[in-house]
Ligand binder design. Sequence first.
Ligand code: ADP
Length: 378
Amino acid sequence: MTGSFDPIKCLLVDDLPENLVALEALLKSDGLECHKASSGEEALELLLVHDYALALLDVQMPGMDGFELAELMRGSERSRHVPIIFVTAGSGDTARRFRGYEAGAVDFIQKPIEPDILRSKANVFFELYNQRRQIAKQRDSLAAMGLELQAADAQKNRFLAVLAHELRNPIMALVAGLRLLERREGTDAVPEIRSAMNRSLSHMTRLVEDLLDISRIEQGKISLRHEELLLQDVIGFAIETVQPIIDSAGHRLHLALPDDPVRLRGDHARVTQIVGNLISNAARYTPNGGDIRVSLRSEDRWAKIEIADNGIGIAPEQQGRIFDIFAQVAPDGRMNQEGLGIGLALVKQLVELHGGRILLTRSAPGEGSSFEVWLPLA
Ligand code: ADP
């Protein structure tokens, strides 16, 4: 009757205990919970605590009778909408007496009670209650989805702002470089201007390539070229690509590779990109003169590549979202304007495309971070 919901509750009110027991026995079904009250006062107390799908009220009770109880129920916000079935002694007059209070769902059933009639009347209200609960649940999940969409939209807008900023810097550097070249043509300054322009160009190219990769992966359009790789070689190659960043920051690189070859099947360029990206992050998020450790081990059927630094670290509350796309987090929780926040998202997706996993195993502000990449061996 209730699907994944809590049981439906029904309130039975009658001054005679044997009637309460009989009503409960008649209605008994899975997912239904009957609460019994032997007076109007007792019923009102229960109504303060529970949400009822239906109240079955005996009309003739000593003290507060069924109609008086119904009137009090209608007067309270909590119980106003609880449907009521009056159990009457069988005179049509009693039914008319309640006309004035017919604000909500009300029905009558006469004694002696016909079990089928009672069950079918009660079931209508239980069904309605269930539908209302389902609608409320759908409304809540739609509202939650709306909030998620709003957050995603805001994040995308922030990302676009950072992207524009990130692209404008190298463009301005290229424009300035061109002007300088015009003025300094034929002088000794030309090679240095050219290499500065090249750096801007490769920064911009990397950004655009990362963006394209992310969108290719999201559309399922990336295909890996699987070949046999020697991980020692791949790591060496990745280090070469980021050596300039390491050198310019004066970092020391400590490399620990096993003597035995560690082989796996994967895409050479992509695995290089994974390792290169993590080392470049380690270099960028470590103050000058830091220590970067890269190690490789094989454990069971896995290759484990660890990249550790003693840099600025990541605040605990940010650690959960650094692999999310567009997440730029600074250790103090502010947006980091230095990067686009797509590098780690891309790395994670590339690792997973290889059947592997990436973990941030240790990070603390001011103490540095360690990342582990696990890739299945050939
Ligand atoms: P980007 O570096 O372009 O911002 P990433 O996706 O590579 O994007 O990294 C996301 C964020 O995670 C970074 O902005 C940075 O705050 C944090 N981060 C990544 N690697 C490290 C690291 N080794 N040390 C400290 N913070 C890091």
